[in-house]
Design a protein around this ligand. Structure first.
Ligand SMILES: Nc1ncnc2c1ncn2[C@@H]1O[C@H](COP(=O)(O)OP(=O)(O)OP(=O)(O)O)[C@@H](O)[C@H]1O
Ligand SMILES: [Mg+2]
Length: 378
């Protein structure tokens, strides 16, 4: 048997790190494989509809992208994988979608230089940008004639408008040309609103498919903590049950608990109730830090009324499990009376995970976050 003392901690509470067990997510995996099968079928391969993978922070978007990337590699689908922050402009988008163009002098590199050159007059830069879009489109049409392509962009809710617009239009052109391609954009629940905004102008994105991973079931939470390949590590049954409940199905909290339990139980094979109590300090500390970062996203916002609006929603949701769109808006209107501003506030609170629309009803987003915010209020 292995000595757990000598083994590195397998849990990965950091952002985007792959967990020891990717628990639950059956529906998401099925949907992702369906898209992949569509593009990679040897004779009937064709385009898959643009997919928006949107969920609050810590819900597991990045690991689903990693999972999809692994599946694509098994099916010989070429993957272009980028983070929105790495593509700040059209020139960078060119480099990301056409990596081969980086190394050799080509028409594209000339145009890239033109776009970024301060010497260019605005009109010339616009012409260069439009030429760049045409070249990229032709390149992708040509490349996807030979092999299927998956383009994944993470943190897509932060894409700069010009890049988001070019990317969505390229995806649309490839679909129209019946090429075996799939563009998957992952981001917070503000992603769709961002892409449909006046600055991005990709209104056709409303027809995109949407996948919104939610909290894990209790069973899946337990599965995420029971790691078969580290067999000498066993968690006491009642510890598992308590930790699964305390994590409320939220993947980030589950990984936090796993990490802390592993550390606390070091040297023993069975994680006891005592070890759990000593792990709790680490988990609570990390969880408060996570809540505080989410809280700052509204507290430090230019509209100072957002915190009070969140507290009003927390209050409305304290006696009910869900609110209709109209009820959520009117709870906010008690604080922000002007309709358009109340709607903007609701969209912001949704985009940072305070509330979440499941089917046509709003419920709390990240577990207990609304309660945390309400408790901060004097
Ligand atoms: N299905 C799952 N089973 C077990 N652990 C998971 C699962 N999904 C995600 N995790 C873990 O939860 C944590 C958060 O996941 P991830 O970073 O993918 O979330 P995210 O939605 O991309 O968050 P962010 O918006 O902050 O980037 C990671 O430690 C990850 O390993
Ligand atoms: Mg992520």
């Amino acid at each position: 048997m292995m000595d757990s003392k000598a083994l590195p901690n397998p849990f990965t509470p950091g952002t985007g790190a792959y967990p020891p067990v990717l628990a639950g997510r059956d529906a998401e995996k099925t949907a992702l494989l369906e898209g992949l099968t569509k593009v990679s079928h040897p004779t009937r391969g064709g385009p898959a509809n643009i997919l928006l993978l949107s969920a609050p922070r810590g819900m597991g978007k990045t690991v689903l992208l990693s999972w999809l990337r692994r599946q694509a590699a098994d099916r010989a689908v070429r993957v272009i994988d980028a983070k929105a922050g790495d593509i700040p402009d059209l020139a960078a988008l060119g480099g990301a979608l056409w990596p081969e163009s980086r190394d050799k002098p080509s028409q594209l590199t000339g145009i890239k230089a033109g776009i970024v050159s301060a010497e260019w007059q605005p009109g010339q830069a616009d012409r260069a940008a439009s030429h760049m879009r045409t070249l990229l489109r032709e390149h992708l049409l040509d490349a996807t004639e030979r092999s299927p392509l998956l383009v994944q962009v993470d943190e897509a809710h932060t894409l700069v408008p010009e890049v988001a617009n070019a990317l969505c239009n390229l995806a649309q052109s490839l679909i129209e040309a019946d090429r075996p391609t799939w563009v998957v954009l992952a981001g917070t629940p503000g992603l769709l609103a961002h892409l449909m905004s006046a600055s991005v102008q990709a209104s056709f994105i409303e027809r995109a498919d949407v996948l919104s991973p939610d909290c894990l079931s209790r069973e899946a939470s337990i599965a995420a903590l029971e790691i078969a390949e580290w067999r000498d590590w066993q968690i006491d049954g009642s510890v598992l049950a308590q930790v699964a409940d305390d994590s409320q199905g939220f993947p980030f909290f589950i990984q936090r608990w796993g990490h802390a339990l592993w550390n606390a139980g070091k040297g023993t094979r069975t994680v006891s109730i005592d070890a759990m109590e000593s792990a709790r300090t680490e988990v609570d500390f990390a969880r408060r830090g996570f809540y505080a970062r989410r809280y700052r996203e509204i507290h430090d916002h230019e509209d100072a009324r957002l915190v009070t609006a969140a507290a009003a929603l927390a209050n409305a949701l304290s006696s009910r499990t869900s609110l209709s769109l109209a009820e959520a808006t009117s709870a906010i209107k008690e604080v922000i009376s002007e309709h358009a501003e109340a709607v903007r506030a609701r969209e912001h609170l949704e985009s940072v995970g305070f509330i979440h629309m499941r089917a046509d009803e709003f419920t709390g987003g990240i577990p207990s976050l609304l309660r945390y915010v309400a408790d901060q209020e004097p």
